[in-house]
Design a protein around this ligand. Structure first.
Ligand SMILES: [Zn+2]
Length: 266
């Protein structure tokens, strides 16, 4: 089996996880910028983190023969301090130019606040000006439905961004159709405790089909499983899905979306 892990926070993972990914058939890993588990105190903290994503982590992944790509942004959770957010937005372009950076992400909303929405729109503007791909984080639990609608509207408000160059991640049963019906890609995140189980992801694929959709583990410093994607493939096999269908969802679809960036090569 071959697959692409399109969303994994490898800076939080051990070298054992790199070995497991490669042994399971992973051919590339993509790492969006995200919250560290604590609020960074200055733009310098982001500078170091962005350097890690664009220089040090790809070198670490290369030791295991795994191509590593990243996305750069300020996480929605850290948008409340507008001054800090503006300082970070200022240093972003240099990192977006990095050879392994695929675009702006994972941007989005956390609590759907006014400041979060303002910084989301600033990110969308940067992506529009630079013609970057966008990867979007949607909020958790009770904030997800409202947040997904707000995000979709904010992106559609920027006419130069084409929905097929945007992936809305962490969709669930009640939100999957909102972006997809408007031409966006969607991602299902497989988590042991929240978001989506392999069984629920398999159900959604049976209901909604395999167009413009991928699966990821979003493994990070919390309770998460870096092998969630190959484990979901096992669930699909168990249900009698074909090898072609599984290859499309796990490999061809992420490759098709990510290849819209000329920097993504397998
Ligand atoms: Zn993430």
């Amino acid at each position: 089996m071959r697959y692409v892990e399109p969303h994994a926070h490898m800076v939080s993972r051990t070298t054992d996880d790199y070995i497991k990914l490669v042994q399971a058939g992973c051919e590339a890993v993509c790492e969006p910028a995200f919250w560290a588990g604590f609020d960074r105190s200055s733009a310098k903290g982001f500078f170091d983190y962005f350097s890690q994503l664009t220089k040090y982590e790809p070198a670490r992944a290369a030791k295991f023969g795994l191509p590593h790509f990243c996305w750069i942004c300020l996480n929605p959770k850290e948008s409340e301090d507008i001054k800090l957010a503006e300082d970070v937005l200022e240093i972003m372009p240099d990192f977006l130019d990095s050879p392994n950076c695929l675009g702006v992400g994972e941007i989005g909303l956390n609590k759907n606040s006014k400041n979060e929405l303002e910084i989301l729109e600033r990110h969308i503007d940067i992506a529009a000006q630079r013609d970057e791909l966008i990867l979007v984080h949607t909020p958790h639990l009770e904030d997800k439905l409202k947040g997904t609608k707000l995000i979709v509207d904010a992106i559609l408000n920027q006419p130069s961004i084409r929905p097929e160059r945007v992936i809305i991640d962490h969709v669930e049963e009640h939100t999957i159709s909102i972006p997809r019906d408007k031409g966006f890609w969607v991602g299902m995140t497989l988590y042991p405790e929240s978001k989506c189980t392999p069984q629920r992801a398999a159900d959604m694929l049976e209901v909604h089909g395999t167009e413009r959709i991928w699966m990821n583990s979003a493994c990070d410093w919390g309770i998460s499983n870096p092998l969630a994607v190959p484990e979901a493939a096992f669930e699909l096999r168990r249900r009698g899905q074909t090898r072609e269908m599984i290859d499309k969802v796990l490999y061809q679809n992420p490759r098709a979306f990510l290849s819209q960036s000329p920097k993504f090569k397998l």
